[in-house]
Design a protein around this ligand. Structure first.
Ligand code: ATP
Ligand code: MG
Length: 466
């Protein structure tokens, strides 16, 4: 982690800041990329578009990742052809329009995204265009202005994402010194960082995501404005933030991503309640979230399924106790207080990140399970074992314990119970006596606190920022 924080504030390697109007061209001998490394479908699309008289290139993440020896997630094509012209070339093409119009060309399960060159839109030109718009803080709200290849390069977020590969000539076109930054492991915004973050604050999250995934440093000028601009994330539509948060935490680098987010103060605008818990109970909160994320990263790397519900359950859990206590102090009994706190917390969180119902329901079930796991007498233990949410609930209990929560050996008990045969199980229940009846506090119980009361990320940041 220290290495990462250090990298985040590394002095930029000397490099001219200007954007090129003519690209640096790297011929096949000057880079390591080879046509056959790219999806043959994507290469086929580029060839076809070029044969039809359009400009077309492979672009973005696939070029970047292959230069780094990483297998790309997907292959994107950029072209001078409009979506309609692209569609006319391919029978298996569909025009889709979310934030901007794109064409998806389908080859069985593989989808190649083909985007028309777009222009950035400087704020002062706003009134001259009826196709782009931005709000008073400079955020781009609509973004469908077609442009030249050069303009397309300049409106991209990071230099490393603005490399164009022509599989026909096997040349790389580099308008923003992206090759230099790929080779020096730097995340650097194209253009003026403040302006680019104001246009789209999600770029701050993307900077962190790529830094964690690629193990790159964020170049100093791109890192410095983040803390101040982080609150702009509150203006981003909550549904987009849900998608972004999944990308941040389900890409196999969640634990590093989280550290950087806390350090750069990007966590607070997304998870205000958890951030408060991080202030109030730093060791416990940090450990619980980190453990959950390390575990998630491991599962992603092993190709095992990961559920956003478990992830959000963990991210939000440390924010529950304060709420439960507040309700209890108003006279509400523990269990209803827990239920109400969970309900309120999820509503509050959804004002920042739109967690869909299909996840909020299992989040509540995982939390509810925490109240039920201590109550094991009679047939309760066996009923719980049969509950479809048992596994997630049990894993969550172990997570709480690994963060230092005192559960009176409950995790160990359940581990043994699952391994036990019928008569052993009956014995285990008998041994409980009446012990478990009152043991349903609902809210996380008193936990150990270590002396290191300060947040790890904050400590390291203040040191590394000098
Ligand atoms: P990966 O798919 O591996 O996460 P990627 O770089 O392909 O990484 P995408 O989100 O697929 O990322 O976006 C494709 C390309 O579109 C990026 O490489 C970048 O050039 C451009 N892009 C995406 N989002 C933005 C943004 N918010 N602002 C500017 N350019 C963007
Ligand atoms: Mg991509």
């Amino acid at each position: 982690m220290l290495k990462k924080l250090f990298q985040s504030f590394r002095t930029p390697v000397r490099r001219p800041q200007h954007l090129r109007t003519t690209p640096e061209v790297l011929n096949s001998g000057q880079h390591s990329l080879q046509r056959h490394q790219f999806s043959r479908h994507a290469v086929g699309i580029v060839e076809r578009l070029q044969n039809a008289g359009y400009q077309a290139y492979l672009v973005g993440g696939c070029v970047r990742d292959l230069m780094l020896g990483i297998t790309p997630k997907d292959f994107d094509v950029a072209t001078s052809a409009t979506p309609e012209q692209v569609k006319a070339e391919f029978r298996n093409a569909r025009v889709i329009g979310r934030r901007f119009k794109l064409v998806h060309v389908h080859f069985g399960r593989e989808i190649i995204e083909v985007a028309t060159f777009r222009a950035n839109h400087p704020l002062d030109e706003e009134e001259h265009s009826n196709q782009s718009s931005s709000n008073e803080s400079g955020r781009i709200l609509r973004d469908n202005v077609y442009g030249t290849l050069e303009e397309d390069a300049q409106r991209r977020d990071f230099t490393i994402n603005a490399l164009y590969y022509d599989p026909v000539t096997e040349r790389i076109l580099d308008y923003a010194n992206g090759v230099h930054d790929v080779r020096n492991h730097l995340i650097r915004l194209i253009g003026d960082p403040v302006k680019r973050y104001q246009e789209d604050p999600v770029r701050m999250l993307r900077a962190v995501r790529f830094a964690a995934k690629l193990d790159f440093g964020i170049e100093r000028h791109s890192a410095t404005p983040i803390r101040e601009l982080a609150p702009m994330l509150r203006e981003i539509p909550t549904a987009r933030l849900f998608e972004e948060v999944l990308k941040l935490f389900l890409n196999g680098y969640a634990s590093d991503t989280f550290e950087m987010m806390v350090d750069l103060e990007l966590f607070e605008p997304l998870f205000p309640a958890s951030s408060e818990a991080l202030e109030d109970e730093p060791t416990y909160t940090h450990t619980l979230i980190s453990e959950a994320l390390i575990n998630t990263d491991l599962r992603v790397k092993q190709g095992k399924p990961v559920t956003p519900a478990f992830l959000f359950a963990a991210l939000l859990w440390p924010a529950l106790p304060a709420r439960v206590l507040r309700l209890q102090s108003r006279g509400m009994p523990p269990i209803p207080a827990m239920q109400e706190a969970a309900h309120e917390l999820i509503i509050e969180q959804c004002q920042r990140i739109a967690i869909p119902k299909r996840f909020t329901i299992p989040i509540r079930e995982i939390w509810d399970m925490q109240e039920r796991l201590p109550r094991r007498s009679g047939k309760r233990a066996d009923l719980l074992l049969d509950n479809p949410r048992f596994r997630a609930g049990y894993d969550f209990l172990l997570l709480r314990e690994s963060a230092g929560e005192d559960t009176d050996g409950l995790g160990e008990w359940w581990t043994a119970y699952q391994d036990a045969n019928d008569s052993e199980r009956r014995g285990m229940i008998r041994d409980l006596g009446g012990k478990d009846e009152g043991a349903a506090p609902g809210a996380p119980r008193k936990r150990r606190r270590s002396g290191a009361a300060k947040r790890k990320g904050a400590d390291a940041a203040s040191g590394a920022g000098e």
